[in-house]
Structure formats: structure tokens, C-alpha cells
Design a protein around this ligand. Structure first.
Ligand code: HEM
Ligand code: HEM
Length: 188
């Protein structure tokens, strides 16, 4: 088989893993811009009510990213991953493996730093108005500033990894056409 043909019989990720991957991507694409909006908005750009709404939505979706991360690792451990596509070069294999591992770290680290920083600030963390998350760090404004600074920096690293990951996925879909994309595609 030439490298430009997709082997329709090659193994793919299990249906729950594919569903969770795309749910997670949607949640991250909701959370990231909300974070940028609250972190980078110049003072007075939004009314207090809008700002509160943005904070609540950001924290709520961010918390869901963490919950789904737990589910995701559980399904990954239970179901494993299909063997790598044979056409991957050693560089592609190492680079994609590194990005995937770092993304697994970030889906925990980023929301936990946001939760910790908000805990140290003692701001309410309401999840879609349904319940509140506990504060698990003692009140300390200086620490909160450091934790939220680290949260923002880690979120930017995560965004870069996501863009690199999407670039890689599209390269496989459009240029190499080697079946990597269909391993994660819902109907793959
Ligand atoms: C994967 C999930 C999350 C992502 C991708 C994310 C991303 C971001 C980004 C990009 C910023 C802007 C940072 C800056 O401009 O310096 C931000 C700010 C913020 N995030 Fe998150 N976040 C997530 C989860 C959470 C969670 C779970 C909480 C709290 C429970 C939270 C609380 C905050 C707060 C309070 C800020 C504002 C920080 C400030 O005022 O400087 N985030 N987040
Ligand atoms: C925004 C959040 C995203 C995150 C956090 C994420 C994370 C991941 C991770 C960790 C894996 C490795 C799965 C494993 O082996 O356990 C993976 C695989 C994959 N992702 Fe994403 N992804 C995201 C978005 C996307 C998008 C937007 C695309 C497509 C444009 C995409 C396409 C793929 C493909 C094709 C695979 C399978 C790669 C392979 O077979 O090795 N992902 N993703």
C-alpha cells in the first residue's frame, strides 16, 4: 500500500476514547478564549456583571476539563491505544508522543493551578450555579497572584501544544493521508 492511501482496516481508538477526545477539545476551545478574555481585557472593557459571568463560565468549563481529564485517563488505561501507524517517521513518532504526553499533563495542571489560585484568593467557584468547589489552599493574596500567573503561563503553553497538535493532525489528513486522522475521527 502506498503512503497516500488510507488503510480502512487499520485499528482506531475505541468509540468512548474518540467521543471523549472531541468533547475535551470542545471544552478546551470554550475555556481558553474565556480565560484570555478575563485575563487580558483592559480595565472597564466589560461591566461587572459581564465580567462575573465570564469568570463563572471560565471556571465552570475549566472544571469540566478537569473532570473529563480523569475520565479520559481512565479510558486510556482501560482501552490502551492502537499500534502506531506504520508510515510514521521516527521524528513524527517521538514528536507526536511528546506532544500527547505534555497535553495529558496540561489537562490536569492548568485547571488545578486555576482552582488553586482562585482558592488562595477566596473567590467563590460556582460550577454553572449548581454547586461550589471547595477552597483547598489557605487564603493568601500574594500566593494567589503567583498561582494564577503560573496558570496563565501554563495555559499559553497548552494552547501552543494544541496548535502544534492540530497542525500535525491536519498534516496527516491533508498531506500524508496516512490514516492517522481517522484513528480519532468519530466515524473513523
Ligand atoms: C483547562 C482549563 C483552563 C484553561 C485552558 C484556562 C485558561 C486560562 C487563560 C488562558 C487565562 C488568561 C491568563 C492570562 O491572561 O494571564 C486564565 C485566567 C484565569 N483562570 Fe483559567 N483556565 C482553565 C481552568 C480554570 C479553572 C478550573 C479556574 C478556577 C476554578 C480558572 C481560573 C482562572 C482565573 C481566576 C483567571 C484570571 C486570572 C487573572 O485575573 O489574572 N481557570 N485561564
Ligand atoms: C484542544 C484540545 C485537544 C487535546 C487536548 C487533544 C489531545 C490529544 C491526545 C492526548 C491524543 C493522544 C491520544 C492517546 O494516544 O491517548 C490525541 C490524539 C489525536 N488528536 Fe487530539 N487533541 C485536541 C484537539 C484535536 C483536534 C482539534 C484535532 C484535529 C484537528 C485532533 C486530532 C487528533 C488525532 C487525529 C489524534 C490521533 C493521533 C494518533 O493516532 O496518534 N485533536 N489528541
Amino acid at each position: 500500500m502506498s503512503s497516500s492511501q488510507v488503510d480502512a482496516t487499520a485499528p482506531v481508538y475505541s468509540p468512548p476514547q474518540r467521543a471523549i477526545h472531541w468533547l475535551h477539545a470542545a471544552l478546551i476551545f470554550a475555556t481558553l478564549p474565556l480565560g484570555v478574555a478575563i485575563g487580558k481585557a483592559p480595565p472597564g472593557a466589560f461591566s461587572d456583571a459581564t465580567m462575573n459571568g465570564l469568570y463563572n463560565a471560565h471556571r465552570s468549563f475549566g472544571f469540566l476539563v478537569l473532570v473529563v481529564a480523569v475520565l479520559r485517563v481512565a479510558t486510556r488505561v482501560a482501552k490502551g491505544a492502537p499500534a502506531p501507524v506504520a508510515t510514521l517517521t521516527p521524528v513524527e513518532r517521538i514528536a507526536s508522543g511528546a506532544v500527547h504526553h505534555l497535553l495529558y499533563v496540561m489537562i490536569f495542571l492548568v485547571p488545578l493551578l486555576g482552582w488553586a489560585g482562585t482558592s488562595a484568593y477566596r473567590a467563590e467557584i460556582s460550577v454553572f450555579g449548581l454547586f461550589h468547589l471547595p477552597h483547598f489552599v489557605a487564603e493568601n493574596r500574594a500566593l494567589s497572584e503567583k498561582l494564577l500567573g503560573a496558570h496563565g503561563a501554563a495555559a499559553m503553553v497548552m494552547a501552543l501544544l494544541v496548535f502544534a497538535h492540530i497542525g500535525g493532525a491536519l498534516m496527516h489528513l491533508i498531506v500524508k493521508r496516512d490514516g492517522v486522522f481517522r484513528r480519532m475521527w468519530p466515524g473513523g
